[in-house]
Design a protein around this ligand. Structure first.
Ligand SMILES: Cc1cc2nc3c(=O)[nH]c(=O)nc-3n(C[C@H](O)[C@H](O)[C@H](O)COP(=O)(O)OP(=O)(O)OC[C@H]3O[C@@H](n4cnc5c(N)ncnc54)[C@H](O)[C@@H]3O)c2cc1C
Length: 329
């Protein structure tokens, strides 16, 4: 009773960060619900992940099956439906990722569980769990309550998908959880979906989500020709160049460089925002960055609300001066 399950997401030999973010938040929620935090790990040859997760959870429930080597929502659904029906956690957290979006709605429908998607926070009100979600493109935040479960008269069960980078990665005291191997309930191969292969991004493309330094440029740059000064800054700090939506829409940078709600979510060590106002849709994709430096001539630009350091001045003056300093020229 009161247990929180977190579905571990992994891909190509790596645990996705959202898993650890959910475990950090999940620990707090399990404490408030008076239950335990359990990581659920499905896969093949995942002992190393199980050990890593054991530090962050009271228990790691592992289903080892070669059919689970790569994510397949049909098979994941089968395993999780059986696990959740049997163990009845109060709350199940799944990353709001491509995998989670594929899996959670169908799983919740099968189990008749209330599901809140793309959550960025959780609260309790009169002992009732509420999820926080953004609405109207991030202009509003809504606190939503869950319908009581209709599955049975037993304990209520809820499910939520959690936005990536909504919760920080925390250095928490290791829990030294127990690793529990469970039998795979899978009786057959997947029938409707089949994993084929991972397709690498085309050569020359940059994965801005993996860079420790991101220099993002916004509409303040005014013209494509002016991008060069920001490119030079990115080079000087050893970062990658990204952009706000208007810059992408104008075709000045490719779509995979867009940061924000309809682009990529980044969490670099350093994010430099150049001529970006800080609309909520942009902030959604970068506010989890460790250090944010904003350069904007408008002192009231909302980007300064999330910035660690702000420079209120003309970017055409500041950026070349900064580049010169950083290049030691
Ligand atoms: C459903 C939806 C999804 C969206 N998704 C995204 C998304 O994923 N990513 C995203 O970025 N946006 C997204 N948007 C758009 C978002 O609402 C904003 O319109 C956009 O982020 C604004 O980009 P910007 O800050 O570059 O431009 P602006 O808001 O025009 O800001 C330009 C800034 O540059 C400053 N500036 C101008 N000249 C100079 C100068 N010489 N020196 C210094 N500063 C200067 C100005 O003061 C201003 O603050 C989305 C919108 C919707 C409705």
């Amino acid at each position: 009773m009161g247990d929180v399950f977190v579905l571990a997401e992994h891909r190509r030999g790596e645990l996705r960060e959202v898993t650890l973010e959910m475990l950090g938040k999940g620990r707090e929620l399990a404490g408030q619900l008076g239950g335990q935090l359990k990581a659920v790990l499905l896969g093949h040859g995942v002992d190393a992940f199980a050990k890593e997760l054991a530090d962050q959870a009271h228990e790691v429930l592992v289903v080892e099956d070669e059919r689970l080597e790569n994510f397949n929502s049909e098979l994941y659904q089968k395993v999780l439906a059986s696990l959740l029906t049997e163990r009845k956690p109060t709350l199940t957290l799944i990353g709001h990722t491509a995998c989670g979006m594929d899996l959670a709605p169908s799983l919740a429908a099968e189990l008749n569980l209330p599901l809140a998607t793309d959550c960025i926070g959780f609260e309790f009100e009169d002992g009732r769990l509420l999820a926080i979600r953004e609405m109207y493109g991030g202009k509003l935040q809504a606190r939503v309550s869950f319908l009581e479960s209709r599955i049975s008269n037993l304990e209520s069960q809820y499910m939520a998908t959690v936005r990536q980078a909504a919760f920080p990665l925390q250095e928490l005291e290791p829990l030294g959880g127990q690793i529990v191997a469970l039998d795979s309930p899978l009786a057959e191969e997947a029938r409707r979906k089949k994993f084929i292969e991972y397709v690498e991004a085309a050569v020359g493309e940059v994965d801005i989500t993996q860079s420790e330094i991101v220099v993002a440029v916004g509409r303040g740059i005014k013209e494509r020709e002016n991008l060069e000064i920001v490119e030079k800054l990115a080079e000087a700090v050893g970062g990658v160049l990204a952009g706000s939506r208007p810059v992408i829409d104008a075709g000045w940078l490719p779509p995979e460089r867009q940061v924000g709600q309809s682009g990529k979510t980044v969490k670099p060590k350093l994010y430099i925002a150049v001529g970006i106002s800080g609309a909520s849709q942009h902030l959604a994709g970068m506010k989890g960055s460790e250090t944010i430096v904003a350069i904007n001539k408008d002192p009231n630009a909302p980007i300064f609300n999330v910035a660690t350091y702000g420079i209120v001045d003309d970017l055409f003056k500041v950026v070349p001066a900064l580049t010169e300093q950083l290049s030691g020229a």
